[in-house]
Design a protein around this ligand. Structure first.
Ligand SMILES: [Zn+2]
Length: 315
C-alpha cells in the first residue's frame, strides 16, 4: 500500500483534513468549523481530533501516514514550520505549529501559505500538470497566488513571493487592505465586485442586483446572477472585472513567463462570463512573446485545492 499524506486546509471559518494518496485522490476527509475565537490551542486540538477521525473513517493506520502538510491563511516561516501571524484567526502569533504536531504524530509536518499549497496541488494533480513554469491565482474574497518555477514552488526570501493580489494595477486606485492603493485585489476580487455594485446602487443606479440580494449585503454572486439576466449595471461591472483580470494576467506573464496560468477561487466558477473579455485584454496588452507560449485556463481542483495542495507539500 502506498503511503498516504495528510493535508490540512486551515481557514478562519472552517478547517478541513484530508487523507490523500500519491495520485492526489482524497481517500477520507473531515470538515468542521474552526471556531477560531477559541484560540490556537483549541484549534490545534480540533486539527488533531480531525486527523484521528479521518484515520478511523478510512481504516488507515497512523504509521501509514508519510507526513502532514498544512495550508495556512497568512504569514508563515515555512523553513521553521512556524506561523508568524494570521489575520483571520485571533491569537496566532509565533506559533511553532510544525513542531507541536510533530511531537504528537512523530511524522514530518510542513507548513505552506494556503495559496502556495493550492498552486502546488494544481501543479502536481490538476491544471498545472506537465507545465514546468506555472502560475496559479485564486480570485475570491481576495486574490492570492502561487508560482512554480522550473518545477519548484517559489517562495521567496520570507515566504512572501507571488503576492499577486498586491501588485498595483492602478496607482490612483482604491485603497487596499494592505494599506497600498490600486492593488489587483482591491479592484478585481469578489469583494471588489460587490463593493462596486453597492456603490453604484447607493448613488442611485437601478439594478436587479438590489432585488437579488434582498436584505443581505450584496455579494459578487448577486452581480454575476444579475449579469446573467442581462442587467446593465451588472454587465458593466463584470466587463470591468474581466478587464482588470486581463491586466493582472499581463503582469504575471511579464514577470514569470509561465507556459500556463490557472485561475481558481469562487469567481472562476463564472468563467464564461469574463473569459472572452479577459483574453481580449491579454491579446491587446500582454508582451507578445510571453503571451504566445502561455495558456490561461480554469483551475481543476476546485474546493479540493486546499486539502490536496496541503498534502502535496508532503508528496
Ligand atoms: Zn494590497
Amino acid at each position: 500500500m502506498s503511503k498516504i499524506a495528510c493535508g490540512i486546509d486551515l481557514g478562519g471559518t472552517k478547517l478541513e483534513v484530508g487523507l490523500v494518496d500519491d495520485n492526489g485522490n482524497i481517500i477520507a476527509r473531515v470538515k468542521r468549523p474552526t471556531h477560531a475565537h477559541e484560540g490556537p490551542e483549541s484549534v490545534i486540538d480540533k486539527i488533531n481530533d480531525s486527523i484521528m477521525t479521518a484515520l478511523e473513517k478510512s481504516n488507515i493506520k497512523q504509521r501509514d501516514l508519510r507526513g502532514i502538510g498544512i495550508g495556512v491563511p497568512g504569514l508563515i516561516d515555512a523553513d521553521m514550520g512556524k506561523v508568524i501571524f494570521l489575520t483571520n484567526l485571533p491569537g496566532w502569533r509565533d506559533i511553532p505549529l510544525a513542531e507541536i504536531m510533530e511531537e504528537k504524530f512523530h511524522i514530518p509536518v510542513k507548513l505552506g501559505n494556503d495559496a502556495d499549497a493550492a498552486a502546488y496541488g494544481e501543479y502536481l494533480f490538476g491544471s498545472g500538470r506537465g507545465a514546468r513554469n506555472f502560475v496559479y491565482m485564486t480570485v475570491s474574497t481576495g486574490i492570492g497566488g502561487g508560482v512554480i518555477i522550473e518545477g519548484k514552488l517559489y517562495r521567496g526570501a520570507s515566504s512572501g513571493a507571488a503576492e499577486i493580489g498586491h501588485v498595483v494595477i492602478d496607482v490612483h486606485g482604491e485603497k487596499c487592505n494592505c494599506g497600498n492603493y490600486g492593488c489587483f485585489e482591491a479592484l478585481a476580487s469578489g469583494t471588489a465586485i460587490a463593493r462596486f455594485a453597492k456603490r453604484a446602487i447607493d448613488r442611485g443606479r437601478h439594478s436587479l442586483i438590489e432585488e437579488l440580494s434582498g436584505d443581505e449585503p450584496i455579494k459578487a454572486e448577486h452581480v454575476f446572477e444579475a449579469a446573467g439576466q442581462g442587467d446593465r449595471l451588472a454587465l458593466d461591472i463584470i466587463d470591468e472585472e474581466a478587464f482588470y483580470l486581463g491586466i493582472g494576467i499581463c503582469n504575471i506573464m511579464a514577470m514569470y513567463n509561465p507556459e500556463r496560468i490557472a485561475i481558481g477561487g469562487g469567481v472562476s466558477n463564472q468563467w464564461d462570463m469574463f473569459y472572452h473579455k479577459m483574453m481580449e485584454t491579454v491579446r491587446d496588452r500582454a508582451l507578445k512573446q510571453n503571451a504566445k507560449v502561455c495558456r490561461v485556463i480554469k483551475a481543476e481542483l476546485g474546493t479540493d485545492a486546499g486539502v490536496v495542495g496541503a498534502a502535496a507539500l508532503i508528496i
